[in-house]
Design a protein around this ligand. Structure first.
Ligand code: HEC
Length: 168
């Protein structure tokens, strides 16, 4: 009976020992993961910080600089301006001058203010649409876009602006 009791006690303490062992093991595993996680996070943070400070110090390899920096930036600005601004004078010379420089076929001559006064009085919008869509007047026939359909409406308007500026 006494030996039975001690066997039971042994079994119970073994069971308790086992449970405590398992719990301790789980706790240690948990603790290990926790620290490992913190370390990983810290390493990642440090690496991020390094990359961030490094990025400002790193310059692209083989950057080409023509002249000094300010010169380069003005050249860029000029290119951008040229891309948006339409060269009205150039378009006039290419598509309109043939008739409008000498007053061919009844075309009002550029530079002849008197020939333009009444036309300018119609308003810029009428002049634009007559130049873009074409126009049959008393003096003759103004072909749509001066016969150059490859021109955009804005290009024709720029050419009209140029012609008017020369004829007032
Ligand atoms: C083939 C010859 C010819 C060409 C090329 C030509 N024009 Fe004309 N244009 C005329 C004639 C002719 C008139 C006058 C029509 C009239 O009033 O009877 C005229 C009139 C105009 C007028 C006045 C319209 C009005 O309402 O009074 C404008 C503006 C004009 N042209 C712009 C242009 C522009 C811009 C171009 C180039 C894109 C161009 N023309 C090319 C022949 C031409």
């Amino acid at each position: 009976m006494a030996s039975n009791m001690s066997d039971q006690k042994l079994a119970r303490s073994s069971a308790i020992f086992l449970v405590v062992g398992v719990v301790l093991t789980l706790f240690l595993i948990f603790l290990g993961n926790l620290t490992a996680g913190t370390i990983t996070e810290r390493v990642r943070d440090e690496r991020n910080a390094m990359v961030q400070t490094g990025a400002s110090e790193l310059q692209p390899v083989g950057q080409i600089t023509v002249g000094d920096q300010s010169e380069t930036s003005t050249q860029t600005t000029q290119v951008a301006a040229a891309a948006t601004a339409i060269d009205g004078a150039g378009i006039y010379q290419g598509a309109c001058m043939a008739c409008h420089a000498a007053g061919i076929a009844g075309a009002p001559r550029v530079g002849d203010a008197a020939a333009w006064t009444d036309r300018i009085a119609q308003g810029a919008d009428t002049l634009y649409s007559h130049a873009i869509e074409g126009f049959q007047g008393k003096a003759g026939m103004m072909p749509a876009k001066g016969g150059n359909m490859g021109l955009s409406d804005d290009e024709v308007k720029a050419a009209v602006d140029h012609m008017l500026a020369q004829s007032q």
